[in-house]
Ligand binder design. Structure first.
Ligand code: PGA
Length: 246
């Protein structure tokens, strides 16, 4: 059975004074031993976060597609790995909005895999696409194109409706189910039926139980609620509870 996974995405939050939060999250992870927990921190924090040797995985957020070169401000996947990251978030809507297209995302997925990172590939429709009834088509298309380079490596897929990210608007399990079913079918067609599938977008402890009634889901990608260790731990506990009654 696929182990449930809860990943925090700190985005551009946190400095050295936040390291104790990681220790607190790692300590609280002991209360949810049936889950895998990871936190994706800003690149400058990765080395110090990993040096704490926390009982959770440390990830980066995004990577460059090239292994090295004249790319001012770029961070390669191998650099993330060497700093101590074991995961990378690729295709997040905030990166897509900043210019990453499907080809760039596919190249980043392959680069991250080549460096040994577990890739969290984010997909999801925007408000207009949901309104138009194309949410499943959009998310599945992004998934297929993101994996176009067919790299071998660990994969996680995060379904994140763009309109739900940071908005406090949480879709119902009924809204989510057709999309997650489509993503599961796409993954099966690609020969990857066991890939964990996460939901992301305004997740709080209170929204976990309803969403986890969708059997296609294995956990969550959490932004805002991962910044506070107590809120994040409450989500992990809620996921463990939801899994235990499945
Ligand atoms: P949010 O972010 O939980 O703050 O909506 C989720 C994400 O962007 O991954």
């Amino acid at each position: 059975m696929t182990r449930p996974l809860v990943v925090g995405n700190w985005k551009m939050h946190g400095d050295g004074s936040w390291l104790p939060r990681l220790s607190a999250i790692a300590d609280m992870a002991a209360a949810t031993p049936s889950l895998d927990i990871a936190i994706c921190v800003p690149a400058p924090l990765i080395h110090r976060a990993a040096a704490l040797r926390p009982a959770i995985a440390i990830g980066g957020q995004d990577c460059h597609a090239a292994p090295q070169g004249a790319f001012t401000g770029g961070v390669s996947a191998a650099m993330l790995y060497e700093a101590g990251a074991r995961l990378a978030i690729v295709g997040h809507s905030e990166r897509r909005q900043a210019g990453d297209d499907d080809m760039a995302i596919a190249a980043k997925v392959a680069a991250a895999h080549a460096a040994g990172l577990r890739v969290i590939l984010c997909v999801g429709e925007d408000a207009a696409q949901r309104e138009a009834g194309t949410a499943t088509q959009v998310a599945c298309g992004q998934l297929e194109r993101g994996l176009a380079m067919r790299s071998a490596g660990e994969l996680v897929v995060a379904y994140e409706p763009v309109w739900a990210i940071g908005s406090g608007q949480i879709p119902s399990a009924e809204d989510v189910a057709p999309v997650t079913a489509g993503l599961r079918a796409t993954l099966a067609g690609l020969g990857r039926p066991d890939v964990p599938l996460l939901y992301g977008g305004s997740v709080t402890a209170g929204s976990v139980a309803a969403l986890m009634t969708d059997d296609a889901l294995n956990g969550f990608l959490v932004g805002q609620s991962s910044l506070d260790p107590d809120s994040f731990a409450n989500i992990a506990v809620a996921v463990q509870q939801a899994c235990s009654i499945r």
